[in-house]
Design a protein around this ligand. Structure first.
Ligand SMILES: [Ca+2]
Ligand SMILES: [Ca+2]
Length: 365
């Protein structure tokens, strides 16, 4: 996918090429091309998990312009008004954006207030409405440092995110970490922000998370010399969900087994995770009863439980197992122990442990 302005006409295009940058994809728009009758300075082009295309840019008149296209290039009518929306922002424009869970969108925009740049985080729902559960009616004002303009907004798997930027003229850069609800992460830098100084002047252009590390890239100046600059930050472990412990063995005469799911650290927002019995030799509804469901950890909570009801029978049978998997976490990632093995031991008949006497003849030389 590529997008940009069409020179000499007040319009913008989105173009989809076939795989390996082949010719335009005929299944998109008209012959691979979609033309939007507005002149937009594109800041981000994002592809949603289901294939829709999100355009984020500055409209000719300033402010934030958003458009969402269906995978075939038609406007996605469920978003904004007929697939697009335009928000005036005095002296302002979007600089960077990232997609969130549930097709929400987070935009970092800048506006000029009282002679200085102010950065605004704006979170939109999947319908293109400012998300009232984020900041003040969907907007949070952030001070990245004097006149730092956002360059990239990057999301981590546990829904925390980083904003990197560069001072427009002084070429001083900063890295800021946020928790999922848009609060500054106090464990990073000073109150959530760290300056980046490599050489005399540094300007970051992009960033990427790799597990707990954040890589930022741009250029640095040493006198008249300019060089590529790359830095890595340790941003701490991500918040993860695990069974603790990840296995247990219970006699079938036990009424119920209680499993513990633990968050590695508390969150300021609700963390959810699905659980489901997915395998093993025991039969649901016969040897045990467990419907799939969702655990919700309220802000500040670290522990939740899953209760598996067990059935006692009088059948002489082998021990049976049950596997329970965690999946689809929100505001956290799955930890190393996202799979629980429960062994249900039989207590009937000949399967009971039997003692054998074994004698080994000694060989004398
Ligand atoms: Ca029994
Ligand atoms: Ca039995």
């Amino acid at each position: 996918m590529v997008a940009g302005a069409i020179q000499g006409s007040a319009s913008t295009f989105a173009l989809r090429l076939q795989a390996n940058c082949g010719p335009p994809d005929p299944s998109f728009g008209k012959g691979g091309l979609v033309v939007i009758d507005k002149s937009i300075e594109i800041a981000e082009l994002l592809v949603l998990p289901a294939g829709q295309i999100q355009l984020v840019g500055m409209a000719e008149t300033g402010g934030v312009f958003l458009a969402r296209l269906a995978p075939d290039g038609s406007f996605d009518d469920s978003f904004g008004s007929g697939g697009r929306l335009s928000t005036p922002l005095t002296g302002g424009a979007p600089n960077a954006a990232t997609l969130l869970a549930d097709d929400k969108l987070l935009v970092a925009a800048t506006r000029f207030v009282d002679g200085a740049h102010e950065t605004l985080l704006r979170r939109y729902t999947n319908r293109g409405v400012l998300d009232s559960s984020f900041g003040e009616q969907g907007v949070i004002a952030v001070n990245l440092g004097a006149d730092v303009i956002p360059a990239a907004l990057v999301l981590r798997d546990d829904a925390s995110f980083a904003l990197v930027g560069c001072h427009e003229y002084a070429l001083l850069s900063s890295v800021t970490l946020f928790t999922a609800d848009g609060s500054l992460d106090p464990a990073f830098g000073t109150g959530g922000t760290a300056p980046l100084i490599l050489g005399e002047r540094t300007c970051i252009h992009d960033a990427v998370f790799s597990d707990s590390r954040l890589f930022v890239g741009g250029f640095a100046e040493h006198g008249a010399a300019q060089s590529f600059a790359l830095a890595a930050y340790d941003t701490g472990a991500q918040r993860s969900l695990s069974f603790a412990p990840a296995q247990a063995s219970v006699p079938e005469a036990t009424a119920a087994a209680t499993l513990t799911v633990q968050l590695s650290q508390t969150a300021a927002q609700t963390v959810t995770v699905r659980y489901e019995a997915t395998g093993g030799s025991a039969t649901n509804g016969q040897d045990y009863t467990l419907a799939s469901g969702t655990l919700a950890f309220a802000p500040g909570e670290r522990v939740q439980h899953i209760t598996v009801a067990l059935a006692n029978d009088s059948a002489d049978e082998p021990d049976e197992t049950l596997i329970i998997l965690l999946s689809d976490p929100s505001n956290a990632i799955l930890g190393g122990n996202a799979r629980f093995t429960l062994t249900i031991t039989d207590d009937d008949g000949a399967n009971q442990p039997t003692q054998y006497r074994v004698s080994i003849p000694l060989v004398q030389q």
